[in-house]
Design a protein around this ligand. Structure first.
Ligand SMILES: NC(=O)c1ccc[n+]([C@@H]2O[C@H](COP(=O)([O-])OP(=O)(O)OC[C@H]3O[C@@H](n4cnc5c(N)ncnc54)[C@H](O)[C@@H]3O)[C@@H](O)[C@H]2O)c1
Length: 428
């Protein structure tokens, strides 16, 4: 591959990257089956595709499946801190993917890399957070002419795209992969749950047992994080704005408090709302010395870090890798000063401080991506401009294949049961 076709940290890291990619593959049986079929059927033969996804070993296996299907693939990162540089190197060297991503890249370089993915003039795009689609609607509009459809991986991306559709500015069909059952039930809940706790422990080495952990947002991600934190022995407090979800948290056995109160007692705070400034300046004022803050939501806007920096007398960057220490005046009743720690500059803690979701759960999310792309390629007429669900048959196929790969058999409805369920007359 010509050097102009990629921009990565160091191609000599490829051997380690390949080992990681092949390790992840061992936990991705459904995607492996799809890759093997794609290699025979070539559904994307000669087609240009661009993906803006976290450049991890799991994404690499999706990229391999698309390449096996004949795609000419460009890949950029969906977060400046989530790229695994060795994986990026192997994708270029071993799998012919045009990768534009470097871990720790500046904001400017991040957007240059998105621009490179746009200039690839794709007919299918895959996005995680809608930065690529947004570019293709604004400063990179001229490269969007061939687009048949785009897949969106995450909740925040789907929300952004729905807002674009509502304003009437969306220019092509989008398939909301996030909203498929085999995506958010599993990836958002079990993937984010485990990997967020993993990231926090790797970054801090704190003991979870007995910690007062505040989870802000009890959606799919928040539920997973709260479950895993409790499993590790923490006392979990949940903050919510939605009454039904707050009630669910109460009945799941958590203490539910407004953030203003939780701020006073929490020792570790994890945000997962997809919303802005859910932990804000009045809350920092009331926090205890040593509080640790991190975020699992898509963008680094959930904790008001600009406000925190303004309040701080001093910031000690990198007191440990990916940990910044903010020195603040002590809170109410306290003397002197207190310390607040922020992990990964408020960016996705599971990707920045650990390796993102385990491969086994990404097996489903990325199988959905691959199959949805194939479906859009085969049936472009079925997708009007707007947001579409993953076809039910694709969602069910992924669940069936995953169960099969796990060696789990389930029951089938009998003819009598089908008839009973379809009838309104039969009662007691
Ligand atoms: N870290 C990851 O790898 C990963 C994986 C999947 C999704 N995400 C991201 O995580 C975020 C949450 O996703 P989700 O699928 O759980 O969404 P969701 O919509 O199911 O849940 C979000 C919850 O946050 C609540 N909320 C909103 N504002 C709040 C506030 N001010 N205070 C308290 N609660 C508030 C909402 O009521 C909702 O219940 C999104 O940004 C999504 O893109 C991250």
């Amino acid at each position: 591959m010509a050097q102009k076709d990629y921009d990565i940290k160091d191609i000599s890291l490829a051997a380690e990257g390949k080992r990681r990619i092949l390790w992840a593959e061992r936990q991705m049986p459904v995607l492996t089956l799809i890759r093997q079929r794609f290699a025979k059927e070539k559904p994307f033969r000669g087609k240009r595709m661009s993906a803006c996804l976290h450049v991890t070993a799991e994404t690499a296996n999706l990229a391999r499946a698309l390449r096996a299907g004949g795609a000419d693939l460009a890949l950029c990162a969906s977060n400046p801190l989530s790229t695994q540089d060795d994986v990026a190197a192997s994708l270029v060297k071993d799998f012919g993917v045009k990768v534009h991503a470097i871990c720790g890249e500046s904001r400017k370089r991040y957007y240059q890399h998105i621009a490179a993915a746009c200039k690839h003039t794709p007919c299918i795009t895959m996005d995680d957070g809608a930065d690529l689609v947004n570019a293709l609607h604004t400063n990179m509009k001229q490269y969007s002419k061939d687009i048949i459809a785009s897949m969106e991986e995450t909740t925040t991306g789907v929300i952004r795209l729905k807002a674009m559709a509502k304003k009437g500015i969306l220019q092509f069909p989008v398939i909301a992969v996030n909203d498929a059952n085999t995506k958010h039930f599993f990836d958002n809940r079990y993937g984010t749950g485990q990997s967020s706790i993993d990231g926090i422990i790797r970054a801090t080495d704190i003991l979870m047992a007995g910690k007062r952990v505040v989870v802000v947002g009890y959606g799919w991600c928040g539920r997973g994080i709260a479950t895993r934190a409790r499993g590790a022995g923490a006392n979990v407090i949940v903050c919510e704005v939605d009454p039904v979800r707050a009630l669910e948290a109460v009945m799941d056995g958590y203490q539910v408090l407004p953030i203003a109160q939780a701020a006073k007692v929490g020792q570790l705070f994890i945000t997962a709302t997809g919303n802005i400034n859910v932990i804000d300046t009045p809350h920092f004022k009331n926090m205890q010395d040593g509080a640790i803050l991190c975020n699992s939501g898509h963008f680094n806007v959930e904790i008001n870090l600009t406000g925190l920096a303004k309040m701080a007398k001093k910031i000690n960057r990198g007191v440990r890798e990916l940990v910044d220490e903010y020195i603040l005046p002590a809170g109410p009743g306290g003397k002197g000063q207190k310390r607040i720690y922020v992990l990964a500059q408020g960016r996705l803690v599971n990707l920045a401080c650990a390796e993102g979701h385990p491969a086994s759960v990404m097996d489903m999310s990325f199988s959905l991506q691959a199959l949805s792309a194939e479906y859009a390629m085969k049936h472009p007429d079925r997708f009007t401009i707007g947001i579409h669900r993953v076809p039910e048959e694709v969602d069910n196929l992924v669940a069936r294949l995953k169960l099969q790969a796990m060696g789990i058999k389930i029951d089938k409805l009998t003819a009598e049961q089908k008839k009973y369920l379809a009838s309104s007359e039969l009662g007691t």
